[in-house]
Unconditional design. Structure first.
Length: 200
């Protein structure tokens, strides 16, 4: 599916239930600066939708976008060394409360940087998702910075790092739109699964 007319609705903390319209939620997770907001803008064909920044830690709340058939949730990035211990603690609480408490969350798009080995935080995030039994797809970002051969090698590294198979990883670039159609196809599959198993 191509996403047209996506709109920013609100920012939430994850503590209180998001009333929404009962639409399935697809969340975008990943470390700070991995390209979550750029990914959302690229997928929604609107480069002014989610605020992107070269300064990590820009997105501090969960930003909610209405994409018609589902809500896209831009989660705050993790692993930003310069934030205080208090902020890291608050981040953990917010994520835990959202991931364990949302009634409509049906899938997480887990972004990792294709150029680097998955971080300890990436591994922990995947463990969280497995623990809460939340289905996820791995999106490896910034593919434009690598050659074809490098992409192949790096995909293998991502797979080893977080324990997934190569077919579970989509190489992506919000700069040259590598992988955009693959993600669109994946969204169709995700939504078909979500609507087959309506949440209580
Ligand atoms: N070359 C390249 N740069 C990218 C890509 N995606 C994002 N960037 C750059 O990476 C930086 C961070 O992008 P954001 O989309 O703001 O990252 P984020 O994950 O939302 O960051 P936080 O909100 O801080 O967690 C920006 O300078 C982007 O222009 C990509 O696919 N290719
Ligand atoms: Mg962001």
């Amino acid at each position: 599916m191509q996403i047209t007319n996506a709109k920013f609705i609100t920012s939430i903390t994850g503590d209180a239930a998001f009333p929404g319209k009962g639409l399935p939620e697809i969340a975008v997770a990943g470390k700070s600066n991995v390209g979550k907001s750029s990914f959302i803008n690229c997928m929604c064909n609107n480069f002014k939708l989610a605020r992107t920044s070269q300064e990590p830690g820009k997105t501090r709340l969960i930003n909610v976008f209405d994409c018609g058939r589902f809500h896209l949730m831009d989660l705050p990035g993790y692993g930003f060394a310069r934030v205080s211990a208090q902020m890291q603690h608050d981040w953990g609480r917010m994520m835990e409360s959202y991931l364990s408490g949302s009634r409509h969350l049906c899938h997480v798009l887990q972004l990792v940087d294709l150029r680097h080995e998955p971080t300890r935080d990436d591994v922990q995030m995947i463990q969280y998702l497995r623990h809460y039994e939340i289905p996820f797809t791995v999106i490896a970002t910034k593919a434009d910075k690598l050659s074809r051969a490098q992409r192949f090698r790096q995909t293998a590294q991502v797979c080893r790092g977080i324990g997934v198979q190569p077919w579970q990883v989509i190489c992506f670039s919000s700069v040259d739109r590598t992988g955009k159609e693959d993600v669109e196809k994946r969204l169709d599959e995700i939504l078909a699964q979500c609507t087959q198993q309506p949440q209580q």
